[in-house]
Design a protein around this ligand. Structure first.
Ligand code: F6R
Length: 365
């Protein structure tokens, strides 16, 4: 049932190229995005001014990428908060608001309650969900399915990458509705999106080099992740994956925040994984990497192949992924971080598929 793999988690990591392809299938038609599921909400979406995003854990991290995309590509005002906070917060709903909830299982109690709260206040809610027939799927006004297939390992992997895919498509869809995207821009992004399964496959075929890096890091007590903008959002997910299955203490920081506190923690014993994929802020993050190195901290650089020359001598370890638009970096970067978490956990001998204290579906508050 594990298809020859040692754990469901690695099987699911390795299935991601196919899961991404299935999620794209039928949603791109001659260079244009197509989301038939949203037809009934056309008017609300056309008039939408603010999007409220909420979710838990990994799905929340996907939501953060979604928020970035809706702001940058679709020019929307976005508010985002984890569901366990969102549902108890005081909201001053704007007119023309739309809710967006993200959930693999569709049964997470806090996410479901947040959805119900928005609906009760008259806000239409769209769900990005993996399980057909789940509570979130049934109660949302429209559901965009991730075609990840069943995810068995507690740590979410292919659900995250397919949530991202749906969020890219949704952001493009909204940008079009708002008249903010030329046909050419749409085609460019979609072309790159279609190349992702192949590129993810290339990254996965290089798993062994990630395992070798983990051999140097698995004894660490703390590992930090840094990045800016989309790289920071990806860092959050990499760090969560690592802590939940390897039990190595880990935190992700926006690179610019290092000198506001976290730098006090950096020593020769704390490796830092620096994500350097967002060209616009790359130099800024590089200066933060120097701060880490000045404290004797070892650095693992994650970057694009096109920057290899520029970045390869910076860290003690590095991994370069196939080039994409910087906007799509999380899709090619995430497999590396998942593999990194996985191999650190395997080397530490933890129960990878069923980490202590965690359940696959959190139906209690
Ligand atoms: C982390 C993980 C959890 C879930 C979270 C939400 O690997 O699996 O953080 O992402 O519990 O679950 P869903 O998406 O089912 O609502």
């Amino acid at each position: 049932e594990k298809g020859g793999y040692d754990h469901f988690m690695i099987k699911e990591i390795m299935e991601q190229d196919e899961a991404i392809r299935s999620t794209l299938l039928g949603r791109v038609d001659r260079g244009r995005v197509r989301l038939d599921e949203l037809e009934a909400l056309q008017e609300e979406l056309k008039n939408a001014e603010r999007i409220y995003i909420t979710a838990c854990g990994t799905a929340y991290h996907a939501g953060m990428v979604g928020a970035y995309l809706l702001r940058h590509v679709a020019g929307l005002d976005v508010e985002i908060e984890v569901a366990s906070e969102f549902r108890y917060a005081k909201h001053h709903w704007r007119e023309n608001s739309v809710g967006l909830v993200i959930s693999q299982s569709g049964e997470t109690a806090d996410t479901l309650q947040a959805l119900r709260m928005m609906k009760a206040d008259g806000i239409p809610v769209i769900a990005v969900v993996n399980v057909v027939g789940s509570s979130v799927y049934r109660e949302a006004d429209a559901s965009l399915l991730t075609q990840a297939g069943p995810e068995i390992a507690v740590a979410s992997t292919k659900a995250y990458s397919t949530q991202l895919v749906v969020l890219y498509l949704f952001a493009l869809y909204m940008a079009k509705l708002k008249g903010l995207l030329t046909q050419e821009e749409e085609q460019n992004i979609l072309e790159d999106l279609w190349s992702i399964p192949e590129k993810v496959k290339q990254v996965l075929s290089n798993a062994e080099s990630v395992r070798r890096i983990a051999q140097d890091t698995y004894k660490a007590n703390d590992i930090f992740f840094i990045g800016r903008q989309l790289d920071y959002m990806l860092a959050l997910e990499g760090s969560l994956k690592l802590k939940e299955i390897s039990y190595i203490h880990s935190e992700a920081f926006p690179a610019g925040e290092l000198k506001h506190g976290p730098l006090a923690l950096v020593t020769a014993d704390t490796p830092t994984l620096a994500i350097l994929m967002q060209e616009d802020v790359l130099e800024k993050t590089l200066s933060n990497v120097s701060e880490v190195k000045a404290r004797q901290g070892d650095v693992f650089v994650l970057g694009f192949e096109r920057d290899r020359k520029r970045l390869e001598d910076i860290g003690r370890w590095s991994f370069f992924v196939p080039d994409t638009l910087p906007l799509l970096a999380p899709l090619v970067g995430i497999p590396v971080l998942q593999l990194f978490a996985y191999y650190n956990a395997v080397l530490r001998g933890t129960d990878v598929d069923k980490p202590r204290n965690l359940a696959k579906s959190v139906t209690v508050e």
